[in-house]
Design a protein around this ligand. Structure first.
Ligand code: G4P
Length: 195
């Protein structure tokens, strides 16, 4: 998606070998027009899939997931990483290991917000090692719901997540695919393909 790639070029900051800072528009300050455009693109890609629910993980997935849910006019549910005072039992849970942060989180979604009739689209901000999406797929399976696909804002093709999801037969749509960081600059997969 050109709008997103342009924004990454303009405002993204490469940190070290494999991290892109996008706090200017995606995961700290949030650009609502960009979210709306991304939601519309995910809708265009999945509109025939009879989606009934959008799932993500707090916190950075929430903005693009909500924008997408507004296009589909279906509920957005975000998995929680922390135990809520009011949500105790009746939760689907999965353990998510973050290679970036080297920590493990239990994510959870209340039984009442996901059921066997649901056709689910996962939306997330980054696809790196795929652990967050994997956790959500486990929860969807436990609920007996149907996973239709995953919409990713920024995929880093040089990390393991995409391959894992391809091997599981999950349909993945990524709006920007980054194949490398070179000298502090982002290289997009479509640029590399064009070479
Ligand atoms: P994975 O879910 O694909 O396995 O990703 P990984 O464990 O590598 O990353 C864990 C966290 O780091 C996730 O956020 C993910 O969104 C984020 N992340 C991964 N790569 C990048 C990157 O290049 N830039 C930025 N800014 N974030 C990245 P999280 O722990 O769920 O945190 P949050 O959603 O509360 O922000």
């Amino acid at each position: 998606m050109k709008l997103l790639e342009d924004r990454i070029r303009r405002d993204g900051v490469v940190l070290g070998a494999d991290v892109l800072k996008v706090d200017n528009f995606l995961n700290h300050q949030v650009d609502p027009d960009l979210m709306q455009a991304m939601g519309a693109e995910f809708y265009r890609q999945f509109q025939d899939a009879k989606i009934t629910k959008i799932l993500t993980v707090e916190s950075s997935g929430i903005a693009p997931a909500l924008a997408t849910a507004m296009e589909f006019h279906v509920p957005m549910v975000f998995a929680r990483k922390h135990k809520s005072l009011t949500l105790k039992d009746d939760m689907f849970t999965a353990d998510v290991y973050s290679f970036t942060k080297q920590t493990s989180n239990t994510i959870s979604i209340a039984h009442k917000f996901l059921n066997a009739d649901d056709r689910v689209l996962i939306i997330d901000d980054f696809l790196a090692n795929g652990q967050a999406v994997k956790g959500l797929t486990e929860i969807i399976a436990a609920a007996g719901a149907t996973l239709v696909g995953a919409g990713i804002v920024i995929e880093k093709t040089f990390q393991k997540g995409r391959q894992m999801l391809d091997e599981q037969g999950v349909r993945v749509v990524s709006l920007a695919r980054i194949s490398a960081f070179e000298d502090g600059q982002v290289v997009f997969a479509d640029e590399q393909d064009a070479e």
